[in-house]
Design a protein around this ligand. Structure first.
Ligand code: BDR
Ligand code: CA
Length: 327
């Protein structure tokens, strides 16, 4: 699918949709991110979905990714299973947030579509080698294990990545799984370290942004009013997902983390941040998985990420609801 864009010479040209791979550990908020991409076919072409262990074990994340595809009528999407555990450490999961299956909330049918043959890491490598250089964006919504493994196995793909947009880390907000670390980075800090040292252009959506995106009742109500099966299932997922955060933060709804990644591709102007150096703590027991952001530029370490800090929350939810209604 194409969309027309105004060219500099005043004519209307055709813009190719942006090619992305979604690397994910669904998760209700991962599901919302995938749905946002599916609701935006003019701007985004999903080359494939790769799954990783994170919120729940790999068997569930691989099941859940296919459930979301089927829910949205996108059985054409290839879903590849990836890493079962982090590169070095034992897997830590988050059933206390997402429920046993990772998609607790609505009643969902087991998927009928099969997983694509092959390993997610090989799919990432082959796709980056096969597509023209600088055209594929990696969207990561979970621990960075698959990407770390792909970069380690095939360093030639690193300069071929257009951009890597991730949900991960936290700085001013601290952590959500430990006082210092955000879940996605904490689960596989060694993989995150590889990614941040790789030289790939990174956009980071930390808790500082996502904690401003609360699933308030009025917003969820607008989503429910869409009335379609995918929208209602999403509302039921969010109602389950938010109960944990409402208790934890005493807030009006839970923070919607992962759709920030796709929203950035669609409307970067919703977000504000700056180029910084980011290093990952991999040694300290107390702060392992911390994203050490040099926000105030107090070192001369090289900038390696655009770190977002602010978001137009109303604009974000308007976009989400508008695109969910298109599925
Ligand atoms: C991140 O961890 C997971 O629980 C969510 O899906 C999100 O990707 C937030 O810390
Ligand atoms: Ca996630």
């Amino acid at each position: 699918m194409h969309r027309y864009v105004r060219q500099e010479d005043g004519t209307n040209g055709m813009a190719e949709p942006r090619k992305i791979i979604i690397d994910t550990d669904p998760g209700q908020d991962d599901a919302a991110a995938i749905m946002l991409a599916f609701g935006s076919p003019e701007e985004i072409s999903v080359l494939g979905i790769t799954t990783v262990a994170g919120n729940v074990p790999l068997s569930y994340t691989s099941r859940n990714a296919r459930i979301i595809c089927e829910l949205c009528g996108r059985t054409d999407i290839k879903v590849f299973a990836g890493a079962e555990k982090p590169m070095v450490r034992k897997l830590v999961t988050a059933e206390h947030v997402h429920g046993k299956t990772g998609l607790d909330g609505p009643e969902l049918d087991e998927p009928t579509m099969a997983l694509a043959p092959g390993h997610a890491v090989d799919f990432i490598i082959e796709t980056l080698r096969g597509e023209p250089e600088g055209t594929v964006t990696l969207c990561t919504l979970g621990p960075l294990t698959n990407i770390g493994m792909a970069f380690q196995k095939a360093p030639d793909i690193i300069p071929r990545v257009r951009e890597l947009v991730m949900m991960g880390g936290g700085f001013f907000e601290g952590g959500n799984i430990t006082p210092a670390a955000e879940f996605n980075i904490y689960v596989d800090p060694e993989a995150a370290d590889i990614v941040f040292r790789s030289g790939v252009p990174i956009v980071m959506m930390p808790l500082d942004v996502t904690h401003k995106l609360l699933t308030r009742k009025d917003r969820v109500k607008r989503m429910a009013e869409i009335g379609t099966r995918p929208a209602i299932a999403m509302v039921e997922m969010l109602e389950f997902f938010e109960r944990f955060d409402i208790e934890k933060y005493g807030s009006d709804g839970g923070p919607l983390h992962d759709p920030t990644v796709v929203a950035y591709l669609l409307k970067p102007e919703l977000f504000k941040g700056r180029d910084c150096n980011v290093e990952i703590e991999v040694k300290s027991e107390l702060t392992v998985g911390m994203t050490v952001v040099d926000w105030w530029q107090v070192t001369d370490r090289k900038h390696n990420a655009k770190v977002m800090r602010d978001v137009d929350a109303d604009g974000f939810f308007d976009l989400l609801i508008e695109r969910f209604a298109r599925i």
